[in-house]
Write a protein that binds this ligand. Sequence first.
Ligand SMILES: [Zn+2]
Length: 347
Amino acid sequence: MRAVSISIHGGVEVLQSGEHPIPEPLADQVRIKVAWSALNHLDLWVRQGVPGHTFPLPLIPGCDFSGVVDAVGEQVSSWLLGDRVTVAPGFACYACEKCKAGKHNLCRDYGIYGETCDGGNAEYAVVDAKNLLAVPDGFPLDVAAAFPLTYLTAWHMLVSRCSLQEGDKVLVHAAGSGVSVAAVQIAKHWGADVMVTAGSDAKVNKGLENGADFGVNYQTKDWEKEARSWTKKRGLDIIVDHVGADTLPKGLRQLAKGGRIVTCGVTSGAEMELNMAPLFFKSLSVLGSTMGSLQDMHTVADLVFSGQLTPIIDSRYDFADIALAHQRMGERQAFGKLLLQVNPAVE
Ligand SMILES: [Zn+2]
């Protein structure tokens, strides 16, 4: 089969396209004939490498992918060949205390396809049967590949970590990123008021089209000042931050009493100075978040498949042009998801 793999970390030139053996599913696994694979920032980290973290190279990246069931392991009875599916990207042991409590992302054995083991940048991929999400008839497989990782991440950040409530004032940074697009839609779905920041007027406008109530171009305006006037000096209840050093310390001083900042990434830098005084006198929380539970994944999938949450697709690429897609994601030009069409014959 044709697949893209990484043997060493580096620029887009380390994405190697080549022939690989078709993988065989274990007893409780299925093989998927991949139709579409979506890019995530995680794919850039996997490609570039992360200091202090070891990836199991060589590795086929790709944590979001959709397709049809192509083969099933001998213990799998709930899926049939040809079933249209997309994949929950995270897997766990399902036996430890955390797993039994439904906190799969806290499992010590938690892993992600395309990061911990081979993923979906290939014509065929093998996953645990538990990870399959049935795609309804008529629902396009490109959109089905475009939501699992980011919508699960955003859902866990807002709902599980921050206890999002109707009427909350929510700020979402970097409106065009996949997680931010999802966070805006989820916050609106819960009846929150949403403000976004972005680095251009065009992205701010797209953020408003995505449902945000208010948007600020941080290149031309002081988003802190704008947030203060938007909340009538009350402060923000929740800030969704994956920018880090450039935004998180400022965000801390824009929270209302009881406010929460939740982070799932630090694209502008991990080390920063924080003034901790408001943390106790305003009862603030700084929360970390990675992925979410399988239960949350099913909840989110139902909302997407029923049209209550709608992934935004920035652009579609032929599988052979994966380097161009990585490049666009790295340049932060995209608004929404970048998709790779792995096999046009799979619909
Ligand atoms: Zn576990």
